[in-house]
Structure formats: structure tokens, C-alpha cells
Ligand binder design. Sequence first.
Ligand code: SF4
Ligand code: SF4
Length: 297
Amino acid sequence: MLDRRNFLKMAATLSATFSLPSLPEPVAAALKRLDPATVPKLIYLQGQSCTGCSISLLQAESPSAVTMITAYSKLGFHADLSATSGSQALDLIERYISGDAGEYFLAVEGSIPWDMDKACIIGEKPLAQYLVEANKTMSGAVAIGTCATHGGIPAAEGNLTGAISLGEFYQRKNFHPLLVQIPGCSVHPDWVWHTIIHLVKVGLPELTNGQPDLFFKNKVHALCPRYHDFQQEIFAKKIGEPGCLFKLGCLGPDTFADCPTRWWNGGQTWCIGANAPCIGCSSPNFVRKKDFPIYRL
Ligand code: SF4
Ligand code: SF4
């Protein structure tokens, strides 16, 4: 777990030097085999998001987030992590987006306010304009988290900004870039970083609807340790009871994600393991309808 103190320490280290800390031996060995000149550069922009996915990405343990953004990729810009700010930061983004800083991948966290572009401004320019310009120069885009992949909470019924996903934005603009979609609210750090490692060391992973099969091939329900209870119709009647959580609103049957085998927080726990139903955070339907409660109690 990365507490606030350690987060700030890490951000300061990145800001000050952008150099590698000492690394565990297997990671250090892997890094020696990597040509730093060929790892992808990432420009990370945030739309309508709570920054929860960025925080989750920093929880990565194997490899660590620092390794990921300095060795397996080069983080060119991130609003929360980069040393630069103000006009220097804007110039840096412009340099990448214009293509002057070489090849790069665009990472986008958060949804895009289609009906109210000024709801999401970077400097004095709407995010949407950056996305249009980047479409001409980027090698591809990675949508990070459910807001970016499906609209998420900002696109919930009744939203005023017309929030849409990155994929929907490209569709409406008739753009067809390479787009890798990694949902989750928040996103699991492994889902993002391991996809990037795959891109770097193996190539583009198998995708279904833009989502890596590595993590989203199976439904939570199919992998769930309580599936036997479901079959036997042994249902929990309230949170905390043993048994299948279906009658408490578990959305595992509708949700593609490998949480039952991957777990969260460095393998400490996961939703159903903590007796809470899956709320379908990686599903396209996540919190879309007003009358769709997260839990049925
Ligand atoms: S707890 Fe949820 S995911 Fe697990 S078996 Fe029951 S309905 Fe399926
Ligand atoms: S179990 Fe469901 S709600 Fe929990 S993290 Fe996985 S997909 Fe999201």
C-alpha cells in the first residue's frame, strides 16, 4: 500500500531526478535486456475523472510503478507526477501532441464532456481539442478506467456534460486509432502495467472489444470461489454472511474481469473475498441508470 507520505516522496523523487531507485534482482535483470530507446513514451491526460485510477496505478507492486514509468515506459507527462507545471507543462504536452517529441502513446483517464467541452480544460484548451490533435501523431491510445472506456460515473444518467468514453469520442469524430481499453473503477494496476509490458516485450495483446483477453476474457462469476454456492442455491441474505452474494445484487454474472484470481491491494483481498458483492465496476453498464442501486440490501 502506498500511503500519502510515500506517494509524495515518490512524486518528489520522480520530479527531482526521474532516475531509477534500486530494484529487485529479477526486475533489474529484465531492465538490462531492454533498450531504453525503444520503450514507449506515454503522455497521460486526465478528463472527467477523480484521479482514482492514477492512484491505483501507483499501488503497483510487481513491477513497481516507478519501474513502470521509468523503465518499461517513459512517462512524458502526467499532471500529478510530472515535475513541470504551468506553461512549461503545456509546452511539453504541445511538443508531444505536435509530434515534435517523437513517437508516443496517449493514455487517457476519465470521460470526455462532449456537450460541454469547457468542462474539461488543460491550460486554456479543451481536452477534446488535444484528443483531436493527438489523433494525427500518436502511435495509439490507452483508455484507462471505466470513465475512459465506457463513460463511468461522469456519464451516469442525468449528467449535464454529455460525458462519453474515449472510444465513443473517436467514433463520433470518425477516427480509427489503435485503442486499448482497460476498464475498472478504479482500474487494477496490473491490468494497465502488464498490458504495457506485453506491448513492450511481446507486442499487442489479444483484444476483445479493445480489452485485453489476458484480464477480461472471463466473467467474475465463472471464476468466483462462491460459484458452487450459486449452483447449490446457497445465498447470503445480508452482507457478511457466507454464500453466494447474487441476491444482494452481485453483478459478477454480468462482469468480465479476473479479480477472483488476481485479487487487489497486492494480493491482500478483493470485493467478494471481503464479503461485498461485485458492483460491476468494469462493466459498460456500471452506474449508468439512476434506478440501478449498487447494492440490494
Ligand atoms: S458471489 Fe457473485 S460472482 Fe460469486 S457466484 Fe455469486 S453471483 Fe457469481
Ligand atoms: S470484483 Fe467486480 S466490482 Fe470488484 S473490482 Fe472486480 S470487477 Fe470491480
